[in-house]
Design a protein around this ligand. Structure first.
Ligand code: AMP
Ligand code: GLY
Length: 421
C-alpha cells in the first residue's frame, strides 16, 4: 500500500512513524510535511487546501489511502472531494467535522442526545448576549463559535473580563466569521482528560487516555499554546471512568450523528473535564490531537493501516485494537517567544542519539543547506516510552536535554499530574 498523510506537524510525523512499521505499507508520502517527515516519507509541496492538486497527485502516484491530520482541510471538505472521485480517504466529511468546526452545532447535538456538558446559551446578537452575561455568576466561559486556532475561549473571572471578552469576540475584528456567534458557558472545574477514539458510524474503538498541557510554563502558568506536552495513559483516570465516558459520551455522540444523517468516520477527539458530578465534554475535535498523538500512537500494538482501512470500509467492529502495557511522555520543545512571535531558521543539533525508548517527532522543522532548522513555534515533540510513567518521563527529558537550538524552551513538569496521584 502507498499512503499519503496530509499535514505538516508532530501529529502527522507520529502517524507516518506508526504507518512505517506496517508490513503492508510500501511507500509513504506527506503533503506538505516537515524536516522529520522527510526521513520516512516523500514530502510533496502541495498545500493542504489544494484538493484538486492532492487528488491529482494521488491518482498519478497510485496512492491507495490518504489520511488527513489537521481540521482545516476536513472542514473545507477534503474527504467529500476525494470520495466524489472514489479515492479512499480516512477522516470525517465536512458536515461531520462540524462537531469541531461549530461549537453551537456540537452543543446542540449534545443537548439533543443527553450528553453531559456545561450548560450554555448561544447568541448572534451582541445586546442579548450582554444582557445574559450580566445576569450570570463568575467565573464564566465565553467562546467564539468557529475555529479560532485555540484563541477563541476566555475564562472570565470577573464581570468586567466577561463583558470585555464578549465585546472583543462579537464587536472586535480579530475573530471575523468565527466571532459572529458566541457561546456563553458554565465554568467547570476538575481535571482535563483527552479520549481519542476510532469511529465509523456507530462503532467506537477508544484509544488509551491522554492529557495535554496547554499553558506555556510549568505549573499551568502563562498563555495557552497548541500544547506543550502530553502523556498516556493517564493512570488515575482510566478503567471504569473510561467505560463511563465511552458509554455515556462517545457512543451516544456517534449514534446521534448517524441518526442526524451525518455519520462520523475518522478519529473523534473528546476533550473532557472530570467534574465532581462526573465526566463532562469540554469540546470535540474531528481528528487526532496534537500533541496527544505523539504519546498515544507509540503505544499502539495493532497495525494502524489495518485500522484506517477497516474504518473506511465500515468494518471497524471486526478489528481488535491492542495497546502496549507501557507509558509514553511527549515533551514539546518550542521556539523562544512562542506562543507569541518567534524566530525561525535556528540550527537544531543533537538529534540522532535516541535509544529504543526515545523518538523525536518533528513539528516545525525544515531541512536546509545549513542542516535541520527551526520552522515553527512548536519545533519538536520528544517522546519517551518505558514500562512506567516515571521512566518514560526521564527518557523524554534525557533526549530533550541532548537537543539544542537557540532559545529552546520546554516545560519541565510534563506528566507530573500523573506521577503525583
Ligand atoms: P476549547 O477550545 O473549547 O477546548 O477550550 C479551551 C480550553 O479552555 C479547554 O481545554 C479548557 O481548559 C478551557 N475550558 C473550555 N471550556 C471550559 C469550561 N466550560 N469550564 C472550564 N474550562 C473550560
Ligand atoms: N491537543 C489539543 C488539540 O489537538 O486540539
Amino acid at each position: 500500500m502507498n499512503v499519503l498523510v496530509v499535514g505538516s506537524g508532530g501529529r502527522e510525523h507520529a502517524i507516518l512513524w506508526k504507518l512505517a512499521q506496517s508490513p503492508k505499507v510500501e511507500k509513504l508520502y506527506c503533503a506538505p510535511g516537515n524536516g522529520g517527515t522527510a526521513q520516512l516519507a516523500v514530502n510533496v509541496p502541495i498545500p493542504v487546501h489544494d484538493f484538486a492538486a492532492l487528488a491529482q497527485f494521488v491518482k498519478e502516484e497510485g496512492i491507495d489511502l490518504t489520511v488527513v491530520g489537521p481540521e482545516g482541510p476536513l472542514l473545507a471538505g477534503i474527504v467529500d472531494f476525494f470520495q466524489q472521485r472514489s479515492l479512499p480517504i480516512f477522516g470525517p466529511s465536512a458536515k461531520a467535522a462540524m462537531i469541531e468546526g461549530s461549537k453551537s452545532f456540537a452543543k446542540c447535538l449534545m443537548k439533543r442526545y443527553g450528553i453531559p456538558t456545561a450548560r450554555y446559551e448561544s447568541f448572534i446578537d451582541y445586546q442579548s448576549a450582554l444582557a445574559y452575561v450580566k445576569e450570570q455568576a463568575v467565573p464564566i466561559v465565553i467562546k467564539a463559535d468557529g475555529l479560532a486556532a485555540g484563541k477563541g475561549v476566555v475564562i472570565a473571572g470577573t464581570q468586567e473580563e466577561a463583558q470585555e471578552a464578549l465585546y472583543q469576540i462579537m464587536q472586535g475584528s480579530e475573530f471575523g466569521q468565527a466571532g459572529s456567534r458566541v457561546i456563553v458557558e458554565e465554568y467547570m472545574s476538575g481535571e482535563e482528560l483527552t479520549l481519542l477514539a476510532f469511529v465509523d458510524g456507530e462503532t467506537v474503538k477508544p484509544m488509551i487516555t491522554s492529557q495535554d498541557h496547554k499553558a506555556v510554563y510549568d505549573g499551568g502558568k502563562g498563555p495557552n499554546t497548541g500544547g506543550m506536552g502530553s502523556y498516556a495513559p493517564v493512570p488515575h483516570l482510566s478503567g471504569k471512568l473510561v467505560d463511563e465516558v465511552v458509554e455515556t459520551i462517545v457512543k451516544p455522540t456517534a449514534a446521534g450523528m448517524v441518526k442526524e444523517g451525518i455519520p462520523f468516520c475518522g478519529v473523534l477527539y473528546t476533550g473532557l473535564m472530570i467534574t465532581e458530578e462526573g465526566p463532562k465534554v469540554v469540546e470535540f475535535n474531528a481528528r487526532f490531537g496534537d500533541p496527544e498523538t505523539q504519546a498515544v500512537l507509540p503505544l499502539l500494538e495493532t497495525d494502524l493501516a489495518d485500522i484506517f482501512i477497516a474504518a473506511i470500509n465500515g468494518e471497524l467492529s471486526s478489528i481488535d485494537i491492542a495497546w502496549k502495557r507501557e507509558s509514553a511522555v511527549c515533551v514539546v520543545m518550542a521556539a523562544p517567544g512562542y506562543p507569541g512571535k518567534y524566530p525561525k531558521g535556528a540550527v537544531i543539533e543533537g538529534i540522532g542519539a535516541e535509544t529504543d525508548g526515545q523518538v523525536v517527532f518533528h513539528a516545525g522543522t525544515k531541512q536546509t543547506e545549513q542542516g535541520l532548522v527551526t520552522d515553527g513555534g512548536r519545533v519538536l515533540g520528544v517522546t519517551g516510552i518505558a514500562g512506567s510513567l516515571a521512566e518514560a518521563r526521564d527518557a523524554a527529558y534525557a533526549a530533550a536535554d541532548r537537543i539544542s537550538f537557540e532559545g529552546k524552551h520546554y516545560r519541565t513538569d510534563i506528566a507530573a499530574s500523573g506521577l503525583r496521584k
